[in-house]
Design a protein around this ligand. Structure first.
Ligand SMILES: [Zn+2]
Length: 256
């Protein structure tokens, strides 16, 4: 229940809000965002449907689409959720994209960032870690790491989420998606998309530990052991494809 979660010495909700706001302001300067209301609205309506099925939370969720071809997504404390255009373009169906969004909402709803920062006992370092986390997506991990100095940078990537956090966020997505009528299988198949596309650079969504195969297998097991209602969908009547075409037009990506 929420009261137990909130009273165990992690960052307080107001602290989380401050940290999220501060980091969001900096990311605003760092990234190019897609502002097209149709594209952003599409991501937002998936996110809102997921949030509606989650226990009441003290956060105002906000959804952003980052113009970046790498496959990635991440969340800041207190409900700032970012999805890269690369993720939307590579998703093979709506279930894959919804799986990623639900996973990120899971990190917020389960207060993983708050826990991580409590371990650091220093919101200044926490803030730097978040910037670094986001920088990994933006391809500026090396630059970010250099600014931060080895000790913090090394820890940041490894401790932002634990293995348990990743598994819990996957389990959260698998639990919630059927409630909004979406088949959770997309979370599993997206791991395959990631390993096909990933190359040498592991996106933060994978968070490097445990390996994507381990997470994929764990997610598969959870889905197989779950009685799923009839009629879950993995596509959304062609809306994803329309959004993908729109992103390509907006970004001038006419090749694919
Ligand atoms: Zn994650």
């Amino acid at each position: 229940m929420l009261p137990t979660l909130w009273s165990c010495g992690t960052l307080s909700v107001p602290e989380e809000r401050r940290l999220g706001r501060k980091t969001e302001r900096e990311l605003r300067k760092e990234f190019d965002f897609i502002r097209d209301p149709i594209v952003v609205g599409y991501v937002e309506q998936i996110g809102r449907r997921v949030v509606e099925q989650t226990e009441p939370q003290p956060y105002d969720y906000r959804f952003f689409v980052v113009e970046n071809e790498e496959i990635n997504a991440f969340a800041l404390p207190a409900g700032y959720v970012y999805v890269h255009t690369g993720t939307i373009l590579k998703a093979r169906n709506a279930s894959e994209l919804a799986g990623v969004i639900a996973h990120e909402i899971g990190h917020v709803a389960l207060r993983h960032t708050a826990e991580s920062y409590n371990r650091e006992r220093n919101t200044g370092i926490a803030h730097q870690m978040l910037i670094l986390l986001a920088g990994v997506f933006g391809g500026s991990y090396a630059a970010g790491a250099a600014n931060l100095g080895g000790a913090v940078a090394g820890r940041a990537y490894l401790t932002i989420y634990t293995r348990e956090h990743e598994e819990a966020a996957d389990a959260f997505a698998i639990e919630i998606l059927p409630k909004v009528g979406i088949h959770p299988e997309g979370l599993v198949t997206f791991f395959e998309t990631l390993s096909e596309e990933g190359g040498s650079k592991a996106p933060v969504f994978l968070s490097t530990h445990p390996a994507s195969e381990t997470r994929r297998d764990a997610a598969r097991k959870l889905i197989d052991g779950k009685p799923l209602p009839e009629g879950l969908r993995d596509e959304d009547g062609g809306r994803l494809e329309i959004i993908q075409r729109r992103i390509r037009l907006l970004t001038g990506d006419t090749e694919k």
